[in-house]
Design a protein around this ligand. Sequence first.
Ligand code: 6CS
Length: 312
Amino acid sequence: ETWRYAFEEAITDVQGVYATKFKEEVEANSDHEIQLFPYGTLGESADTMEQTQAGILQFVDQSPGFTGSLIPEAQVFFVPYLLPQDTEQLGEFFRTSKAINEMFPEIYAEQGLELLKMFPEGEVCMTTQEPVKSPEDLNEVKFRVMTNPLLVENYRAFGATPTPLPWGETYGGLQTGIIQGQENPMFWIESAKMYEVTEVITCAGHNNFTTAVMANKDFYDGLSEEDQQMIQDAMDVAFDHIIDYQKGLHEESLEKILEAKPSMTVNVLTEEERAPFVAAAEEVEAKFIEMTGDSGQELLEQFKADLAAVTE
Ligand code: 6CS
């Protein structure tokens, strides 16, 4: 059988490397084939999610940044300063977290989705036209965010004017000045050439990009136990591979950016400069609870307990 798998990035980007590893494993260990659909072949993230729910696609990688309206609890990833930046701790968190591996699959299942894996894609940094040293510097800045209500609240609390847009409108929006800023991991700032249309990179350590791979649940439930296990194993191999693949990627990508555009300014905020951004997190967390109620509260508590277990 041929299974279709769509993701939100190019084949050489993190999601593409993950998907390629998964495909290799499936094809080496079964008679099934995986057909990969990178970003741009089937529409935006919202389109590939619809196609997966409809059963046209068997697998999809959709980041919580686009899943917020469908699955409000998935917005937990946009409470700033919740995730550690230490990649070892981060990998351990995703491997061991009960919130990630037990609670989220139940929540995704309610939308007809079998959640197979969540994984980190790197520290998120802002790119803007002017330096950002404090929330005041984001005043009047129309800042593109993924279409996630809590991410909108995140940037409102950071002092910006958040503008949710699908990925496809971001480069053009920055070029024409409709928006003046956006955030993404360094590999993506490099590969999507965000440095061509912005002047300053600011790393405030407020988040790490998370993504999620899932299957259409009816399709998955209809598989033999053997195939289900083969898929789980292939996901585990791809996870280890992608954690390993990302070692040094942030630094390498930054080097490439500075080679391509030596005039790019890069600011890593000091602890003192981060303080007002850190303070804003409280308000965003309160919004998360407001939006998700008891189930969000329960998830957040487990999420924090799981984090404490790997960071302490
Ligand atoms: O900002 C975005 O919309 C995109 N960023 C990444 C790192 N992956 C896919 C997503 O569409």
